[in-house]
Design a protein around this ligand. Structure first.
Ligand code: PHB
Length: 391
Protein backbone atom coordinates (compact mmCIF):
# COMPACT_ATOMS: atom_id res chain seq x y z
CA UNK A 1 0.00 0.00 0.00
CA UNK A 2 1.35 3.46 -0.89
CA UNK A 3 1.83 6.07 1.84
CA UNK A 4 -1.09 8.08 0.47
CA UNK A 5 -3.39 5.07 0.38
CA UNK A 6 -2.20 4.25 3.89
CA UNK A 7 -3.03 7.75 5.03
CA UNK A 8 -6.45 7.66 3.40
CA UNK A 9 -7.14 4.37 5.17
CA UNK A 10 -6.04 5.82 8.54
CA UNK A 11 -8.06 9.00 8.08
CA UNK A 12 -11.04 6.92 6.98
CA UNK A 13 -10.75 4.68 10.03
CA UNK A 14 -10.57 7.71 12.32
CA UNK A 15 -13.57 9.32 10.64
CA UNK A 16 -15.50 6.05 10.91
CA UNK A 17 -14.67 5.96 14.61
CA UNK A 18 -16.12 9.44 14.93
CA UNK A 19 -12.77 11.04 15.76
CA UNK A 20 -11.58 14.37 14.45
CA UNK A 21 -9.59 13.99 11.26
CA UNK A 22 -6.25 15.65 11.86
CA UNK A 23 -3.82 16.80 9.21
CA UNK A 24 -0.87 14.41 8.86
CA UNK A 25 1.79 16.46 10.70
CA UNK A 26 -0.38 16.58 13.80
CA UNK A 27 -0.99 12.85 13.62
CA UNK A 28 2.77 12.36 13.49
CA UNK A 29 3.24 14.67 16.47
CA UNK A 30 0.72 12.71 18.47
CA UNK A 31 2.72 9.52 18.24
CA UNK A 32 4.37 8.10 21.33
CA UNK A 33 8.07 8.14 22.04
CA UNK A 34 9.22 4.53 22.15
CA UNK A 35 12.00 3.98 24.69
CA UNK A 36 13.94 0.74 24.95
CA UNK A 37 15.09 0.08 28.51
CA UNK A 38 17.87 -2.49 28.28
CA UNK A 39 19.00 -3.12 31.83
CA UNK A 40 19.76 -5.96 34.24
CA UNK A 41 16.67 -7.09 36.15
CA UNK A 42 18.22 -10.38 37.33
CA UNK A 43 21.66 -11.30 38.68
CA UNK A 44 24.19 -9.40 40.78
CA UNK A 45 23.25 -6.01 39.20
CA UNK A 46 19.44 -6.49 39.33
CA UNK A 47 18.93 -3.86 42.01
CA UNK A 48 20.98 -1.38 39.99
CA UNK A 49 18.76 -1.86 36.95
CA UNK A 50 15.67 -1.31 39.08
CA UNK A 51 17.06 1.91 40.57
CA UNK A 52 17.92 3.29 37.12
CA UNK A 53 14.42 2.46 35.87
CA UNK A 54 12.85 4.07 38.94
CA UNK A 55 14.93 7.22 38.55
CA UNK A 56 14.12 7.51 34.85
CA UNK A 57 10.39 7.08 35.43
CA UNK A 58 10.44 9.52 38.33
CA UNK A 59 11.47 12.33 36.01
CA UNK A 60 8.88 11.30 33.43
CA UNK A 61 6.22 11.38 36.16
CA UNK A 62 7.37 14.84 37.23
CA UNK A 63 6.71 16.14 33.74
CA UNK A 64 3.19 14.73 33.59
CA UNK A 65 4.01 11.32 32.14
CA UNK A 66 5.59 12.93 29.08
CA UNK A 67 9.11 13.76 27.91
CA UNK A 68 9.60 16.93 25.90
CA UNK A 69 5.81 17.00 25.48
CA UNK A 70 5.61 13.45 24.06
CA UNK A 71 3.78 10.55 25.62
CA UNK A 72 6.17 7.69 26.25
CA UNK A 73 5.99 3.94 26.01
CA UNK A 74 8.60 1.46 27.15
CA UNK A 75 9.96 -1.77 25.75
CA UNK A 76 11.89 -3.45 28.55
CA UNK A 77 14.61 -6.07 28.14
CA UNK A 78 16.48 -7.86 30.93
CA UNK A 79 20.07 -7.96 29.63
CA UNK A 80 21.16 -10.23 32.53
CA UNK A 81 24.56 -8.45 32.49
CA UNK A 82 25.45 -11.08 29.88
CA UNK A 83 27.75 -9.79 27.10
CA UNK A 84 27.13 -12.80 24.80
CA UNK A 85 23.43 -11.89 24.61
CA UNK A 86 23.96 -8.14 24.19
CA UNK A 87 24.01 -7.75 20.40
CA UNK A 88 20.89 -9.88 19.94
CA UNK A 89 18.99 -7.97 22.66
CA UNK A 90 20.00 -4.60 21.24
CA UNK A 91 19.13 -5.64 17.68
CA UNK A 92 15.71 -6.76 18.85
CA UNK A 93 14.99 -3.32 20.31
CA UNK A 94 16.38 -1.40 17.35
CA UNK A 95 15.36 -3.52 14.37
CA UNK A 96 12.24 -5.39 15.53
CA UNK A 97 10.65 -3.05 18.07
CA UNK A 98 11.82 0.10 16.26
CA UNK A 99 12.46 2.05 19.45
CA UNK A 100 13.36 5.73 19.11
CA UNK A 101 16.00 5.63 21.82
CA UNK A 102 17.72 3.02 23.96
CA UNK A 103 18.58 3.60 27.61
CA UNK A 104 21.12 1.07 28.93
CA UNK A 105 22.99 -0.43 30.60
CA UNK A 106 24.88 -1.24 33.81
CA UNK A 107 27.58 -3.73 32.70
CA UNK A 108 30.46 -2.37 30.63
CA UNK A 109 30.80 -5.47 28.45
CA UNK A 110 27.11 -5.36 27.51
CA UNK A 111 27.20 -1.59 26.95
CA UNK A 112 30.19 -1.83 24.59
CA UNK A 113 28.22 -4.19 22.36
CA UNK A 114 25.21 -1.84 22.52
CA UNK A 115 27.37 1.11 21.50
CA UNK A 116 28.59 -0.79 18.44
CA UNK A 117 25.01 -1.47 17.29
CA UNK A 118 24.03 2.14 18.06
CA UNK A 119 26.85 3.40 15.85
CA UNK A 120 25.91 1.09 12.97
CA UNK A 121 22.24 2.11 13.09
CA UNK A 122 22.51 5.75 14.27
CA UNK A 123 20.24 4.84 17.18
CA UNK A 124 20.17 7.33 20.06
CA UNK A 125 21.81 5.59 23.03
CA UNK A 126 21.96 6.97 26.56
CA UNK A 127 24.17 4.96 28.92
CA UNK A 128 22.91 5.45 32.50
CA UNK A 129 25.72 3.55 34.22
CA UNK A 130 28.32 1.40 32.43
CA UNK A 131 31.66 3.17 32.66
CA UNK A 132 33.67 1.56 29.83
CA UNK A 133 36.06 4.23 28.57
CA UNK A 134 35.64 3.29 24.91
CA UNK A 135 31.94 4.24 24.89
CA UNK A 136 33.00 7.88 25.12
CA UNK A 137 36.47 7.13 23.76
CA UNK A 138 37.18 5.20 20.57
CA UNK A 139 33.46 4.50 20.03
CA UNK A 140 32.29 8.07 20.67
CA UNK A 141 29.62 9.27 18.25
CA UNK A 142 27.06 12.07 17.83
CA UNK A 143 24.26 9.66 18.87
CA UNK A 144 25.92 8.10 21.96
CA UNK A 145 25.62 9.75 25.39
CA UNK A 146 26.38 8.87 28.99
CA UNK A 147 24.85 10.32 32.17
CA UNK A 148 27.05 8.38 34.59
CA UNK A 149 30.88 8.32 34.61
CA UNK A 150 33.88 6.55 33.14
CA UNK A 151 35.39 3.83 35.28
CA UNK A 152 38.58 5.89 35.23
CA UNK A 153 36.95 8.90 36.97
CA UNK A 154 36.27 7.55 40.50
CA UNK A 155 39.33 5.26 40.34
CA UNK A 156 41.59 8.22 39.59
CA UNK A 157 39.91 10.32 42.30
CA UNK A 158 40.37 7.57 44.90
CA UNK A 159 44.07 7.28 43.99
CA UNK A 160 44.55 10.98 44.65
CA UNK A 161 42.81 10.74 48.02
CA UNK A 162 44.96 7.77 49.07
CA UNK A 163 48.09 9.75 48.18
CA UNK A 164 46.78 12.67 50.27
CA UNK A 165 46.28 10.20 53.10
CA UNK A 166 49.98 9.28 52.87
CA UNK A 167 49.32 5.66 51.97
CA UNK A 168 52.45 4.12 50.49
CA UNK A 169 51.49 0.60 49.43
CA UNK A 170 48.36 -1.09 48.11
CA UNK A 171 46.98 -4.31 46.68
CA UNK A 172 44.21 -4.11 44.06
CA UNK A 173 41.37 -6.58 43.60
CA UNK A 174 38.50 -6.56 41.11
CA UNK A 175 36.31 -8.54 38.79
CA UNK A 176 38.30 -9.16 35.61
CA UNK A 177 36.41 -7.20 32.95
CA UNK A 178 36.49 -3.71 31.44
CA UNK A 179 34.95 -1.89 34.42
CA UNK A 180 37.24 -3.37 37.04
CA UNK A 181 40.38 -3.13 34.96
CA UNK A 182 39.72 0.49 34.05
CA UNK A 183 38.87 1.48 37.62
CA UNK A 184 42.11 -0.12 38.84
CA UNK A 185 44.10 1.58 36.06
CA UNK A 186 42.62 4.95 36.97
CA UNK A 187 43.49 4.36 40.60
CA UNK A 188 47.05 3.30 39.79
CA UNK A 189 47.61 6.30 37.51
CA UNK A 190 47.06 8.73 40.39
CA UNK A 191 48.46 6.55 43.17
CA UNK A 192 51.75 5.67 41.46
CA UNK A 193 52.23 9.27 40.23
CA UNK A 194 51.93 10.33 43.87
CA UNK A 195 54.63 7.88 44.96
CA UNK A 196 52.44 4.90 45.92
CA UNK A 197 53.63 1.33 45.33
CA UNK A 198 51.42 -1.47 44.00
CA UNK A 199 52.30 -4.71 45.77
CA UNK A 200 50.01 -6.91 43.71
CA UNK A 201 47.06 -6.74 41.27
CA UNK A 202 44.51 -9.52 41.77
CA UNK A 203 41.26 -10.37 39.99
CA UNK A 204 38.52 -12.97 39.67
CA UNK A 205 35.98 -13.54 36.89
CA UNK A 206 32.69 -11.57 36.90
CA UNK A 207 30.39 -12.17 38.79
CA UNK A 208 32.20 -14.65 41.09
CA UNK A 209 32.06 -13.98 44.82
CA UNK A 210 34.49 -16.63 46.14
CA UNK A 211 36.70 -14.02 47.79
CA UNK A 212 38.34 -16.18 50.47
CA UNK A 213 41.63 -17.06 48.70
CA UNK A 214 42.21 -13.38 47.92
CA UNK A 215 41.53 -12.31 51.49
CA UNK A 216 44.00 -14.91 52.75
CA UNK A 217 46.63 -13.55 50.35
CA UNK A 218 45.97 -9.94 51.36
CA UNK A 219 46.49 -10.93 55.00
CA UNK A 220 49.90 -12.40 54.16
CA UNK A 221 50.99 -9.53 51.83
CA UNK A 222 50.18 -6.96 54.53
CA UNK A 223 49.73 -3.85 52.32
CA UNK A 224 48.83 -0.56 53.97
CA UNK A 225 45.62 -0.45 51.95
CA UNK A 226 43.46 -2.31 49.43
CA UNK A 227 41.71 -0.73 46.42
CA UNK A 228 38.78 -2.65 44.93
CA UNK A 229 36.11 -2.35 42.28
CA UNK A 230 32.97 -4.32 43.09
CA UNK A 231 29.32 -3.31 42.75
CA UNK A 232 25.81 -4.51 43.53
CA UNK A 233 25.22 -7.69 45.49
CA UNK A 234 28.85 -8.75 44.97
CA UNK A 235 30.09 -5.55 46.63
CA UNK A 236 27.98 -6.14 49.73
CA UNK A 237 29.29 -9.68 50.04
CA UNK A 238 32.86 -8.51 49.55
CA UNK A 239 32.72 -5.94 52.36
CA UNK A 240 31.16 -8.47 54.73
CA UNK A 241 33.73 -11.15 53.85
CA UNK A 242 36.61 -8.65 54.18
CA UNK A 243 35.58 -7.64 57.68
CA UNK A 244 34.77 -11.21 58.71
CA UNK A 245 38.30 -12.20 57.63
CA UNK A 246 39.66 -9.84 60.29
CA UNK A 247 41.22 -7.43 57.78
CA UNK A 248 39.80 -4.26 59.31
CA UNK A 249 43.30 -3.00 60.13
CA UNK A 250 44.19 -2.94 56.39
CA UNK A 251 42.31 0.12 55.08
CA UNK A 252 39.76 -0.78 52.40
CA UNK A 253 39.07 1.77 49.64
CA UNK A 254 37.31 1.68 46.30
CA UNK A 255 35.21 3.36 43.65
CA UNK A 256 32.04 4.38 45.50
CA UNK A 257 30.02 1.52 44.01
CA UNK A 258 31.48 -0.56 46.81
CA UNK A 259 29.01 1.00 49.23
CA UNK A 260 26.41 2.79 47.05
CA UNK A 261 22.97 1.21 46.87
CA UNK A 262 24.15 -1.62 49.11
CA UNK A 263 24.55 0.06 52.51
CA UNK A 264 21.55 -1.87 53.85
CA UNK A 265 22.92 -5.19 52.58
CA UNK A 266 26.37 -4.48 54.06
CA UNK A 267 24.93 -3.67 57.46
CA UNK A 268 27.00 -2.33 60.34
CA UNK A 269 30.36 -3.87 59.37
CA UNK A 270 30.97 -1.23 56.67
CA UNK A 271 30.78 1.78 58.98
CA UNK A 272 33.44 4.39 58.23
CA UNK A 273 34.44 3.11 54.77
CA UNK A 274 35.76 5.91 52.56
CA UNK A 275 35.14 5.83 48.81
CA UNK A 276 35.08 8.25 45.85
CA UNK A 277 32.12 8.80 43.53
CA UNK A 278 30.20 11.49 41.62
CA UNK A 279 27.31 11.36 44.08
CA UNK A 280 26.76 11.29 47.83
CA UNK A 281 23.54 10.88 49.78
CA UNK A 282 23.62 14.15 51.68
CA UNK A 283 24.53 16.57 48.89
CA UNK A 284 22.96 19.78 50.08
CA UNK A 285 21.40 21.39 47.02
CA UNK A 286 17.67 22.00 46.41
CA UNK A 287 17.58 19.60 43.45
CA UNK A 288 18.98 16.72 45.48
CA UNK A 289 16.73 17.37 48.46
CA UNK A 290 13.60 17.47 46.25
CA UNK A 291 14.76 14.40 44.30
CA UNK A 292 15.40 12.35 47.43
CA UNK A 293 12.07 13.29 48.97
CA UNK A 294 10.07 12.44 45.84
CA UNK A 295 11.98 9.21 45.27
CA UNK A 296 11.46 8.03 48.85
CA UNK A 297 7.75 8.90 48.71
CA UNK A 298 7.22 7.19 45.36
CA UNK A 299 9.25 4.02 45.86
CA UNK A 300 9.33 3.66 49.67
CA UNK A 301 13.13 3.39 49.61
CA UNK A 302 16.11 5.70 49.48
CA UNK A 303 17.67 6.59 46.11
CA UNK A 304 21.30 5.90 45.24
CA UNK A 305 23.77 6.86 42.51
CA UNK A 306 22.06 4.53 40.02
CA UNK A 307 18.69 6.22 40.56
CA UNK A 308 20.36 9.61 39.97
CA UNK A 309 21.92 8.41 36.70
CA UNK A 310 18.54 7.10 35.46
CA UNK A 311 16.83 10.34 36.44
CA UNK A 312 19.46 12.34 34.55
CA UNK A 313 19.11 10.11 31.48
CA UNK A 314 15.45 11.20 31.32
CA UNK A 315 16.44 14.85 31.85
CA UNK A 316 18.99 14.66 29.04
CA UNK A 317 16.50 13.06 26.67
CA UNK A 318 13.90 15.69 27.56
CA UNK A 319 16.37 18.46 26.71
CA UNK A 320 16.86 17.02 23.21
CA UNK A 321 13.16 16.43 22.60
CA UNK A 322 12.19 19.90 23.74
CA UNK A 323 14.70 21.46 21.34
CA UNK A 324 13.15 19.71 18.30
CA UNK A 325 9.57 19.88 19.67
CA UNK A 326 9.33 16.11 19.51
CA UNK A 327 10.23 15.95 15.82
CA UNK A 328 12.67 13.07 15.78
CA UNK A 329 13.25 13.42 12.05
CA UNK A 330 15.54 16.31 13.07
CA UNK A 331 18.06 13.84 14.43
CA UNK A 332 21.20 15.95 14.13
CA UNK A 333 19.52 18.88 15.87
CA UNK A 334 18.16 16.52 18.55
CA UNK A 335 21.63 15.13 19.27
CA UNK A 336 23.23 18.56 19.20
CA UNK A 337 20.79 19.85 21.81
CA UNK A 338 21.55 16.88 24.06
CA UNK A 339 25.29 17.39 23.69
CA UNK A 340 25.08 21.04 24.84
CA UNK A 341 22.48 20.55 27.59
CA UNK A 342 23.23 21.67 31.12
CA UNK A 343 21.77 19.02 33.38
CA UNK A 344 20.50 20.11 36.77
CA UNK A 345 21.38 16.83 38.46
CA UNK A 346 20.91 15.83 42.11
CA UNK A 347 24.72 15.33 42.09
CA UNK A 348 25.09 19.04 41.16
CA UNK A 349 24.83 20.60 37.68
CA UNK A 350 26.93 19.07 34.92
CA UNK A 351 27.64 19.42 31.22
CA UNK A 352 28.93 16.81 28.80
CA UNK A 353 32.43 16.68 27.37
CA UNK A 354 32.92 16.65 23.59
CA UNK A 355 32.88 12.87 23.89
CA UNK A 356 29.47 13.07 25.70
CA UNK A 357 30.59 11.99 29.18
CA UNK A 358 29.76 14.09 32.28
CA UNK A 359 32.37 16.59 33.49
CA UNK A 360 31.77 16.36 37.22
CA UNK A 361 33.05 16.58 40.76
CA UNK A 362 34.40 13.44 42.41
CA UNK A 363 33.22 13.43 45.99
CA UNK A 364 34.94 11.78 48.95
CA UNK A 365 32.24 9.94 50.92
CA UNK A 366 32.16 8.06 54.16
CA UNK A 367 29.64 5.40 55.10
CA UNK A 368 27.80 6.60 58.22
CA UNK A 369 24.69 4.69 59.19
CA UNK A 370 23.06 3.85 55.85
CA UNK A 371 24.31 7.01 54.08
CA UNK A 372 27.38 7.70 51.97
CA UNK A 373 28.02 11.13 53.47
CA UNK A 374 30.11 13.64 51.51
CA UNK A 375 33.21 14.60 53.51
CA UNK A 376 35.16 16.39 50.80
CA UNK A 377 35.91 16.70 47.09
CA UNK A 378 38.66 14.54 45.57
CA UNK A 379 38.75 16.35 42.22
CA UNK A 380 36.56 19.22 41.01
CA UNK A 381 35.11 19.17 37.49
CA UNK A 382 36.91 16.01 36.40
CA UNK A 383 36.69 15.22 32.67
CA UNK A 384 37.63 11.80 31.33
CA UNK A 385 40.58 12.06 28.90
CA UNK A 386 38.37 10.38 26.25
CA UNK A 387 41.31 8.64 24.62
CA UNK A 388 40.65 7.69 21.01
CA UNK A 389 37.55 9.89 20.58
CA UNK A 390 37.72 11.70 17.24
CA UNK A 391 34.72 13.99 17.98
C1 PHB B 1 30.35 -1.39 34.75
O1 PHB B 1 30.32 -2.56 34.33
O2 PHB B 1 30.78 -0.46 34.04
C2 PHB B 1 29.85 -1.06 36.10
C3 PHB B 1 28.95 -1.91 36.74
C4 PHB B 1 28.45 -1.58 37.99
C5 PHB B 1 28.85 -0.41 38.59
C6 PHB B 1 29.75 0.44 37.98
C7 PHB B 1 30.26 0.12 36.71
O3 PHB B 1 28.36 -0.07 39.78
Amino acid sequence: MSINKNRRATVGALAAAGLAVLPLPLLAQGRKLKIGLMLPYTGTFAQLGEAITNGFKLHVAETGGKLGGMDVEYVTVDDESAPPKAVENMNRLVRRDNVDVVVGTVHSGVALAMANVARQTNTTLIVPNAGAGDITGSLCAPNIFRTSFTNWQPGYGMGKVMVDRKIKSAVTLTWKYAAGEEAVNGFKEAFVAGGGKIIKDMSLPFPNVEFQPFLTEIASLKPEAVFVFFAGAGAAKFVKDYMAAGLKSIALYGSGFLTDGVAEAIGDVGQGLVTVLHYGDGINNPKNIAFRTRYATTYKQQPDVYAVQGYDAAQLLAAGLTAVKGDLSKKAEFHKAMSTAKIDSPRGPFTLSKAHNPIQDMYIRQLKGRDNVVIGVAVKGLADPALGCKA
